[in-house]
Design a protein around this ligand. Structure first.
Ligand SMILES: Nc1ccccc1C(=O)C[C@H](N)C(=O)O
Length: 303
């Protein structure tokens, strides 16, 4: 990963020196799973997500398939703690799957441990590719956040969490212009889990067959290129960038460079590499209350 053509400094854009095959590999998270084969890792992830969702719907008070817009795919599931107050912290989750797979109906991982501690959890659906373009998904996610603020104006903070492609969508909310949505959401924290923040390399991988991103689309939708100039609405809002030990070197670089860029701006950022987890376990483990990331989330919300 070192740029040996120069004077030995690591290259700023190591992926540009990679073969097509290596780039493809770096951006295929399931190939970096050590505990299971790639296909089994994807299957397990989806199975745990479906089980957690079935359990959440059976055991928690919920509002399912609530529209946040007119589009067929513009729905959220809201899961509540036992207390009947609406003055709760709200935790919104944007699922991953390279903007072309996954759904809210298999992504309610963290509902049980968070609602048990008094946090309302909102699992957000958006139109994945090829139905949705990236610009459209960003707009949908923006409207889902505005919707929660409008519906629950007495909330005790809105926390955005995204995984993988969902972390990208959450990070784009650092740049959102809320004026055209008629509301400024009470954003108190971001949890960006194993995300992609510079989309340019994606253009050169097989992920782009469904996405059809041009270089301009990728740049316009890269928070890495824009976040240093953006102003936090609330300078005390926390931004946590998290990556798994077994995520690929490119995923590590994406998270680390995004964190560093946040620090150059006025963001209250922190960075964590979570020990002994891969791209999928990092979220699967959110079903447990004593998991490290669950505890970090709860501490951030209740500090
Ligand atoms: N299903 C996912 C859910 C969440 C995050 C990534 C994926 C992926 O499938 C990524 C890629 N297709 C992979 O094989 O690693």
């Amino acid at each position: 990963m070192m740029d040996v053509s120069g004077v030995g400094f690591p290259s700023k854009v190591p992926w540009k020196k990679m073969s097509a095959e290596e780039l493809e590999n770096q951006y295929c998270p399931s190939r970096w799973v050590v505990r299971l084969g790639a296909e089994e890792a994807l299957r397990t992830y989806s199975q745990i997500g479906i089980e957690a969702t079935t359990r959440a719907r059976a055991t928690r008070k919920s509002l399912l398939h609530v529209p946040y817009g007119d589009g067929e795919g513009e729905k959220v599931d809201i899961y509540f703690p036992d207390e009947s107050s609406e003055a709760l912290p709200f935790f919104l989750f944007f699922h991953g799957g390279y903007w072309q797979s996954g759904s809210k109906d298999e992504s309610a991982f963290m509902v049980d441990p968070l609602t048990a501690q008094g946090v309302a959890v909102v699992i957000v659906a958006y139109d994945i590719a090829p139905k949705g373009t990236l610009d459209h998904m960003v707009d949908q996610v923006t409207r889902s956040v505005a919707f929660v603020q409008k519906r629950y104006p007495s909330n005790k903070g809105i926390y955005l969490c995204g995984h993988s492609a969902g972390a990208h969508l959450a990070a784009m909310m650092l740049l959102a212009d809320w004026t055209k949505h008629g509301v400024t959401p009470n954003l108190r924290g971001f949890f960006l889990v194993s995300g992609v923040f510079d989309l340019e390399p994606i253009v050169y991988t097989s992920q782009n067959v469904a996405l059809q991103l041009t270089l301009e689309d990728a740049q316009r939708n890269s928070p890495q290129l824009k976040v240093a100039q953006a102003q936090p609405v609330d300078p005390t809002c926390r931004v946590l960038v998290v990556v798994g030990q077994f995520d690929s070197p490119e995923f590590h670089r994406q998270s680390w460079e995004f964190y560093q860029t946040l620090c150059q701006g006025e963001w209250k950022a922190s960075f964590e590499e979570l020990h002994d987890v891969d791209h999928f376990e990092i979220v699967e483990n959110l079903i447990q209350k004593d998991n490290v990331l669950t505890q970090i989330i709860l501490k951030t919300i209740f500090q």
